[in-house]
Design a protein around this ligand. Structure first.
Ligand code: ZN
Length: 319
């Protein structure tokens, strides 16, 4: 697939698959009266159908349909206008939430989840699918007013839910989570294996930011809780939305002030310090596995490693 140059930013972690986009959310249009209804009747409008987190995908690209292709649908959400230079440039795209995958729109085996397909999508499709998955998750789990329990009404082209009883407005939520590569004075990387994972799977430590907490404080607290060590100098490297169901992963690196690790055993089963040569050797012989290509964890590990984990480490280390 052709590489696109129209990514939003080039963070220190390089191009993160789910941070790509090639459309304009055009948020100021959401409050226009009858906006979705008008677009639904406008030639060129495209629809992205999603059922339970899955969208139709053909040959590594989203199958966008037209409003007239859609039979019954649930909530509609305005996703934005495709940028110049991308397929369907200038056209508006609407998310249609479906009860079930519709074989009239695409064969059922072509309905795929974002995580299954992200690396083959171009920037336009990655951006649309991430946005759609995230906002659809919010609608599915936020149907009632958190103040009084009354069912809320969808407005503003799918971006607000309002309570008809007390008038309160509710907006899509994103849960901030930090993820951190921890490096010691010998330039070794700390990786942990979570209790919930297969035993040989290792990754960088991560955790949700708590209310009233800065990102930097969350890095220090999470590492202290999960690994029992002190870290300092947390440095922000980049972010990636992770709508499974509602996270935004904020990537950091931090320096280990102490190295005598102690896994908490509730979330983390084991912790290990790796040199680059050790990591490469163990990955090659298959005695461990690390996070896959879409994850920001992979990007954090490869930034420390100095290149692709498929290749022997260079002596220069960090890029
Ligand atoms: Zn209410």
């Amino acid at each position: 697939m052709e590489e696109t140059l129209r990514t939003l930013a080039q963070p220190p972690l390089g191009e993160l698959q789910l941070s790509r986009a090639d459309s304009d959310r055009n948020g100021e249009s959401r409050i226009t009266e009858q906006f979705l209804e008008t677009l639904w009747e406008t030639a060129g409008t495209k629809v992205l159908p999603i059922a339970h987190g899955k969208a139709p995908v053909t040959a590594g690209a989203l199958t966008l349909v037209t409003p007239s292709d859609i039979g019954g649908h649930g909530i509609l959400v305005y996703l934005g206008r495709v940028n110049e230079g991308a397929v369907d440039a200038g056209n508006h795209v609407i998310l249609a939430m479906l009860e079930e995958a519709d074989p009239e729109l695409a064969p059922l085996d072509q309905w795929l989840g974002l995580r299954d397909i992200a690396t083959s999508l171009d920037a336009r499709d990655a951006g649309l699918f991430v946005e759609a998955a995230a906002v659809a998750n919010w609608h599915e789990t936020t149907t009632h007013c958190p103040r009084c329990g009354t069912p809320t009404v969808v407005r503003d082209a799918g971006w607000v839910r309002q309570c008809p009883n007390d008038g309160s407005q509710h907006y899509p939520r994103t849960d901030a989570a930090i993820i951190v590569s921890i490096v010691d004075d010998e330039d070794r990387l700390l990786l942990g294996s979570a209790v919930a994972w297969p035993e040989n799977r290792y990754s960088t430590l991560a955790g949700f930011v708590e209310p009233g907490e800065s990102l930097e404080a969350a890095v220090i607290r999470e590492v202290g809780e999960e690994a029992g060590i002190a870290v300092d100098s947390p440095q922000y490297l980049g972010s990636q939305p992770w709508p499974f169901p509602a996270s935004l992963m904020l990537g950091f690196t931090a320096h280990a002030a102490t190295t005598d690790v102690r896994p908490d055993l509730s979330e983390i089963r084991s912790l290990r310090w790796f040199t680059r040569a050790e990591l490469f050797a163990e990955l090659r012989e298959g005695s461990i596995a690390v996070a896959g290509g879409v994850s920001i964890a992979r990007a954090l590990i490869e930034r420390w490693y100095g290149g692709s984990l498929d290749e022997e480490p260079s002596r220069t280390g960090e890029r």
